[in-house]
Design a protein around this ligand. Structure first.
Ligand SMILES: *Cc1c(COP(=O)(O)O)cnc(C)c1O
Length: 224
């Protein structure tokens, strides 16, 4: 069951300048179709097999975002159709995406994931690692993978001051990247989920990833 009231409210708040990615992981195709029928086109999934299965069944013009932690050996399963990969955290993965994208005669857009939360368990790069990956990426001159921004997940907490600090920090890194790497087209900042998207919007996000507010609670916690 989708929550149409929440959908309309979030769409209105996001406006034209913020892309809403509806996170449909673990949810049935019927729910995705229902949101699609209201005009939604961007959907996010975390698991490769689930994404492959859904892509085969649902409308062709859906833009599928892979927002989970992508393993190099699984890139090949989604390379033919994925629209944006949010969670890239190594040069090795970029290289594999370039390879599989080439095989499919495509260019795949990616976001580098920054580690901004207190929890050690979350994936992502620190600032130094980000610079390393960007340097390697520039030197490699890939033709089939295109880094277009950053993604981050704030701490899983009710403490919105902490969340705000983390988003503020990510926005600052994003702005610095734009300045320091004019050759890279930094234009997407993916931050904000059901529990914290209003704060992310205030801190300057232009892409939010929202699941439970649209599709209802999941069995599993986000990120697991
Ligand atoms: C599951 C997930 C979301 C959506 O989480 P909700 O709290 O349901 O909005 C967003 N981003 C990532 C990376 C996720 O894994």
């Amino acid at each position: 069951m989708i929550n149409i009231e929440n959908y309309n409210r979030i769409r209105k708040l996001a406006g034209k300048d913020i892309t809403l990615v509806a996170v449909s992981k673990t949810k049935p195709g019927d729910d995705i179709q229902a949101l699609y029928d209201l005009g939604q086109r961007d959907f996010g999934e975390n698991y490769v097999q689930e994404l492959v299965d859904k892509e085969a069944l649902l409308p062709r013009d859906i833009r599928w975002h892979f927002i989970g932690h992508l393993q190099s050996n699984k890139v090949k399963y989604i390379a033919a159709f994925v629209h944006l990969v949010h969670g890239v955290d190594s040069f090795k993965l970029l290289k594999e995406i370039d390879k599989q994208s080439f095989k499919n005669n495509r260019v795949i857009h990616c976001l580098l994931q920054m580690h901004i939360a207190k929890e050690e368990t979350k994936f992502g790069l620190d600032e130094l690692e980000l610079e390393e990956v960007l340097t390697q990426y520039r030197e490699a001159g890939f033709k089939h993978v295109n880094v277009i921004g950053l993604m981050g997940m704030a701490s899983f907490t009710d403490n919105m001051d902490l969340v705000r600090k983390e988003f503020h920090y990510l926005k600052r890194v994003f702005d610095q990247c734009k300045q320091h790497h004019p050759g890279i087209d930094f234009r997407i900042l993916s931050m904000g989920m059901s529990s914290d998207y209003p704060v992310a919007i205030e801190e300057g996000t232009n892409m939010v990833r929202i699941g439970s507010l649209l599709f209802g609670e999941r069995e599993k916690k986000p990120g697991t």
